[in-house]
Design a protein around this ligand. Sequence first.
Ligand code: NDP
Ligand code: OXD
Length: 306
Amino acid sequence: MRIAFCCTDHKPEPWLAGLRAALPEADFFVWTPGAPAADHAIVWSPPQQFIDEQPGLRTLFNIGAGVDALLKLRLPPGLQVVRLDDAGMAVQMAEYVCHAVIRHFREFDVYEADAAQARWSFRKPRARAEFPVGLLGLGVLGSRVAQALAQFEFPVKGWSRTPRVVDGVECFHGAGQLDAFLAASRVLVCLLPLTPDTAGILNRAHLARLQPGGYVINVARGGHLVEEDLLALLDEGHLAGATLDVFRQEPLPLEHPFWRHPKVTVTPHTSARTLRDESIAQIARKIGALSRGEPIAGLVDRGRGY
Ligand code: NDP
Ligand code: OXD
């Protein structure tokens, strides 16, 4: 079995060492133009040339959860795409989102500013019941985040494409229940895949439906957010702030207003990183299962876009 490694922005050596140790029977190689045919490939943002030169590939293992960039390529119809499911990302996402929600709710950003001025001053406690958190997306990451937020006793709402049942979460689904979900939320967290149906979902019409003093946390993809609409609603005062990890253009350009906006916190697409050891173990398990003809989790439905 030959397995090509074609991941931009990742040093291949430690990946190949880990993969060879996990699957000694396979022949792993770093793809370069003209390389011989492989059965499977491990990829992140591969060039179209890689796909075109490997028409016999059976499976693409994406070393991330989101496959939006991969699905923009011309892929042969029978090629199966497999994404990482969790592989250590869910707990990181739960940490990130809980940190952002609690920082806003407890006004730790205000205390940080006070401390910088050596100012000892108390903020009035706020009622948790007045900070319902709405999660767009109740998949592998969204449901883990929901569970973590519920531990802190925030009211949690969730929205998915199909009906879901998640303990401690008031669940909504489908376009018909989106407005009711938004009206029930004050903090909005985006954990959707980027698809034609979800692009631009964080727009003025939807964000304006959040409860007054709304707060936006985008940890999914920059293409979900209409940046100008967010800035307008922040400046008009309907929204209290935003924590943003992903952007239309990454790295976020130096001159972008988000960097200096007093109500916006920026992080560099780091809310849930791909962890090498966990990812290798998961991919090796899946390759083993496929060769035994067993089903695997994380198969992408290419028609649906995630
Ligand atoms: P999943 O595929 O497990 O979950 C996706 C969720 O979104 C599901 O609940 C799904 O509904 C819902 N959904 C999809 N389309 C729609 C729609 N049209 N309307 C309503 N709900 C919809 O994905 P993950 O949880 O693993 O990951 C989510 C995203 O997080 C990734 O696609 C990626 O973009 C982003 N991500 C960002 C990272 C970062 O570092 N910033 C790291 C990792 C991921 P249903 O349950 O009905 O299928
Ligand atoms: C992912 C990401 O999709 O890191 O895994 O954004």
